[in-house]
Design a protein around this ligand. Structure first.
Ligand SMILES: NC(=O)c1ccc[n+]([C@@H]2O[C@H](COP(=O)([O-])OP(=O)(O)OC[C@H]3O[C@@H](n4cnc5c(N)ncnc54)[C@H](OP(=O)(O)O)[C@@H]3O)[C@@H](O)[C@H]2O)c1
Length: 268
């Protein structure tokens, strides 16, 4: 079993984000409770949720049941742009459901359509951080141009951008752009949007005696991208966290990067 201490961290302005977290989208009710309990039991110390997922309460219950101290878990939730104007009430509900008095990371789930709304929402998140309700604040699904707008209008850059990421989405320019701005990249749907039967991945997996899913997750870490795989199955929850008994060579990383070639480049 992997010790949580082996997981690298991304250093954020307000704290340290474990580079492997547990995704919870589409986990509800008992399935959410037991998956999160399982994740905490095998060593995950970073849980990703959102108001939209409708499972904050179950996650709070799983955390309370787990016996793991709140201070040892990095907890992220997200606010929808449609909650503009009621940010405080949404934050209070998220904190109460999760059974905590602070978030490690509060994200704008996706960019509001209008620039003024984006600015207002971001200002509210910054206020929540200033008041100690969130250690760090960030965004999700923002382009670098949208991030630059927020930063120039408030003087404060998001700590994190959580984006759709994986071998088919690889974009060196996007990674460099986030790094230049000091923004940590967190990738989502890296397993779901990958052909886990791809021969390039299969060859690398065989060389290390691991699964192609583990290769994909490890590839994120080699690029310093935080990864948050979701699974409802205990065997996969455990395997997705077993990423520290092998490393990819530079050539293997480059061949996985190459899987994006010809599929269109994105900067989200
Ligand atoms: N910010 C955003 O807009 C946004 C959008 C999407 C997701 N997210 C976050 O990112 C997390 C991860 O993304 P995701 O849930 O879309 O996709 P994902 O974690 O890449 O993939 C989940 C899917 O892969 C399967 N899976 C998990 N482990 C596997 C393995 N070892 N081998 C084969 N299949 C495996 C799961 O099925 P089983 O459950 O049956 O194992 C599930 O169908 C979400 O849960 C959520 O927290 C954020």
């Amino acid at each position: 079993m992997t010790s949580p201490a082996r997981v690298p961290v991304a250093t954020l302005p307000g704290g340290r984000m474990p580079a492997v977290g547990f995704g919870t989208w589409q986990l509800h009710g008992d399935r959410a409770r037991s998956a999160v309990r399982e994740a905490l039991a095998v060593g995950y110390r970073h849980i990703d949720t959102a108001t939209m997922y409708g499972n904050e309460e179950e996650i709070g219950q799983a955390l309370a049941d787990s016996g793991v101290a709140r201070a040892d878990v990095f907890l992220t939730t997200k606010i929808r742009p449609s909650d503009l104007g009621r940010e405080r009430a949404v934050l209070r509900r998220s904190l109460a459901a999760l059974g905590t008095d602070y978030l490690d990371l509060w994200l704008v789930h996706w960019p509001p359509r209008h620039r003024a709304d984006s600015h207002q929402l971001w200002t509210e998140l910054l206020a929540a951080k200033a008041e100690g309700h969130a250690r760090d604040v960030g965004v999700s699904n923002y382009s670098l141009a949208e991030i630059d707008e927020l930063t120039s209008s408030t003087g404060q850059a998001p700590a994190v951008n959580q984006i759709d990421w994986g071998p088919s989405r690889y974009d060196a320019g996007a990674l460099a752009g986030h790094a230049e701005r000091g923004i940590a990249v967190e990738g989502y749907s890296g397993l779901k949007n990958t052909n886990l039967g791809d021969p390039v991945l299969a060859t690398i997996a065989a060389a290390h005696g691991v699964t192609t899913a583990q290769v994909v997750l490890r590839w994120h870490l080699e690029h310093h991208v935080t990864v948050i795989p979701k699974s409802a199955r205990p065997d996969r929850i455990a395997a997705n966290f077993e990423l520290f008994g092998f490393q990819l060579t530079a050539e293997q990383v480059a061949s996985i990067d190459g899987l994006a070639a010809g599929r269109g480049r994105r900067r989200r």
